[in-house]
Write a protein that binds this ligand. Sequence first.
Ligand code: ADP
Length: 439
Amino acid sequence: MKKKINIQFLLIAFVAIVATWILAAVVFYELFQHEIMRDLKSYAKLISATKALDQMEEGDSYIEADDLRITLIAKDGSVLFDSNNDIGDMDNHITRPEVAEAFAKGAGESIRRSPTMKQNTYYYALRTERGSVLRLAKEAEGIMSIFARAIPMIVLIVLLLISLCMVLAHYLTKSLVTPIERMADHIDQVPQEGIYKELLPVVATIQKQHENIMKNARMRQDFTANVSHELKTPLTSISGYSELIESRMTNEEDTVRFAGEIHKSSKRLLTLINDIIRLSELDTADQEIPMEDVDLYQLAQSCVDMLQINAENHHVSIDLIGDHAIVRANKGMMEEVVYNLCDNAIRYNREDGTVTVQVYKNEEGTVLSVKDTGIGIPAEHQERIFERFYRVDKSRSKSTGGTGLGLAIVKHIVAQHGAQLTLTSEAGKGTEIKVTVRG
Ligand code: ADP
């Protein structure tokens, strides 16, 4: 990047120098031409006002003026006097543009360029009071020759300027790039000053992504630690009880009891592993979920039927109200959602409590609500219960066969359906969880 900026700076500087030089040369050359013409004009006026003119007409003048050539032309175009040449050798001048112009208008001028543009001749002609034309000519260098002469100087200046530009470009690039480099070094704590404000949105995005990556990494780490911990408890008890049975130190009654414990722990292990596998499936599912038209009411009905015995065991009644409502969903996944919500509503209920499942439509879509009259969730826990392994009361969850993963699975599925999850709960009174599917 630095190299690129440097090269671009140099390129711009080079183009600017060359353009300025050409422009200056052209302007200067214009001025230079103008100045020569002005000189010729004043000389012509001066000479025409002196006696020299008479002498020239009579042909006995010795005016010599270094690089100035003076010619006097009679009305018919014949040359009366020329400071550089013998007039005998000179042809008729009537057709020379400056002479013709002077005869016609009083004064005329022209510049004749040599084909190589190295040498130019400037002519100025003035009609005198006697009707003849006084013409002055001066040779001067052409633009090419001026350019050629200036080349060494110009090369020197360009080299000097380019070296200066290189130094400046180096410092400028450094000052441009340093804040970016500083930002890259401390992307998580970017100082507000000394940083381009145009870059702040980029910084914000990167910071956010960085934060998310860190959060995900932490969550994954936590999850692994939690999984290990959760698996360890039932495995420890399985290992302990089986060891006791193996050592034949237990009587028949204890053996049966321990086998029961082993059975319970292994069932728990199975439930846990099933939930973990389910979550990891949901996490890695990258293909699109197959959707179909599902009657939410009918689906809820089958869940309620399935959980009826479970509810009775907990001395809780479970009912379904509402109307049939078709939504686009994955049937299996939706069943999991309803099952998990109803299961929680039964398990975290009180003696003789109720669970009401309701399916209805409102302006936002189709709502499935699972409402219980249970223990409720204290406000400070409400945000976190959808996290993996988060439980308000660990022992109650475990004693009722909970894994702490049910609501995490629910949240995942609901999100994959683009649906909305709302929780309303009051400790000691009950909980309502609503899933709103759009459409
Ligand atoms: P678990 O397997 O422990 O039930 P969940 O993810 O299903 O795990 O729920 C997480 C926690 O949220 C539960 O441990 C419980 O504390 C709380 N919770 C869930 N549903 C309810 C409910 N209907 N009433 C009260 N608390 C609930």
